[in-house]
Design a protein around this ligand. Sequence first.
Ligand SMILES: O=C[C@H](O)[C@H](O)COP(=O)(O)O
Ligand SMILES: C=C(OP(=O)(O)O)C(=O)O
Length: 455
Amino acid sequence: MTSDDAITPDPETIAGLERWRELPIRQQPEWPDAEAIERVHRELALMPPLVFAGEVDRLRQRLAQAADGQAFLLQGGDCAETFAGATADNIRARVRTLLQMSIVLTYGASVPVVKMGRMAGQFAKPRSKDTETREGVTLPAYRGDIVNDYAFTEGGRQPDPARILRGYHTAASTINLVRAFTTGGFADMREVHSWNRGFAANPANARYEQLATEIDRAVRFMEAAGANFDELRDVEFYVGHEGLLMDYERPMTRIDSRTGLPYNTSAHFIWIGERTRQLDEAHVDFCSRIRNPIGVKLGPTTTPDDLKALADKLNPDREPGRLTFITRMGAGKIRAALPPLLAAMKDEEVKPLWVTDPMHGNGITSSTGYKTRRFDDIVDEVKGFFEAHREVGTHPGGIHVELTGDDVTECLGGSEQIDELGLESRYASLCDPRLNHMQSLELAFLVAEELRAHA
Ligand SMILES: O=C[C@H](O)[C@H](O)COP(=O)(O)O
Ligand SMILES: C=C(OP(=O)(O)O)C(=O)O
């Protein structure tokens, strides 16, 4: 379609995109210079989109299949991406880890996996407190690299609008490399062994190697029998992040010339956090007006009425694949809190996609002062998620995890048995603790077993 035959958007659609400005809003920084932020808005609004609306539509179809029990969503990446961390090595390690997890799930549970990085835009963080105090000094909390610096200095913690543009460029180079990896041969299923290269030898890797050997043998057999695996060279890979910082999300939202409808072109998938999912506030209103599939994080206090109201607001036409509920209840609560929510949506003709985030309800602080999570709690929440779906008769549709491809020591336990003293050796996250490569693979094997049992 040329710009001449672009569909003209309805003026009400355009006006609706500004409605959030009149509503209560949470978790936004106090920018020191109103003019500077306006300049950034104007500049960002002219930058090329990072994703194409047609890809967003295809993802919606894939998520509809997952909601229907025909596929499974794997969503993972850093808690908080950083500008310095957007290196080729880091991005490759994360993509490889997700590909490995996905092959474990596909092969282990015979289910197509929708692959999505918590990547290329996961730069803004909601915080429990607006400030942080260290040794008697109080400064604004770190809100992610797109807002301020982690360095605990007055200048560092000052929100800086120029960071939004750097966030855009970092997201652009990240998504560029992700696309190169996933469509340039790196993600070819015949490379299953090579994805494991470079990661330290450990029991999860050894189990993976065994599985890769089986896949290799099956692929060689099928090729000998005439199957053409060249078609499986490229993989679909999507990106998503929390749609938190409105000064980034709004300028990245554009009108699709094919349909005249608004798409947030900063990512395929946008989710609303547990702290900003109030029905009559800015984030829910804004997300209700964009075409991207929307996720909502749900903590243990969510009620069936909250769910119904969110579904009415975010998916009034009950479009398949439009709405994903990402539950993050905590291992001790999920078995009581989730079944009534599943039951409340069970009779809907078009069901939401149910995804478990076993990370955010299981945060603890170690005696040595690190934010951490126990691998056992994460596993227990995943098991509770499958149990709840079995009890109610609904589809467990996906998993959302904070992970890295690196060998960090941020979560306790796993077969490497990271203990409290071990945390400090390679703790790199600037916000919440992530699963390392081995813990991620271990979790994938567990999910594959649960999925197989559920089938
Ligand atoms: O990633 C999620 C939140 O941003 C994070 O859990 C908030 O952490 P805080 O409680 O240290 O602010
Ligand atoms: C803040 C996050 O999660 P939640 O909204 O579930 O706390 C997150 O996923 O980074």
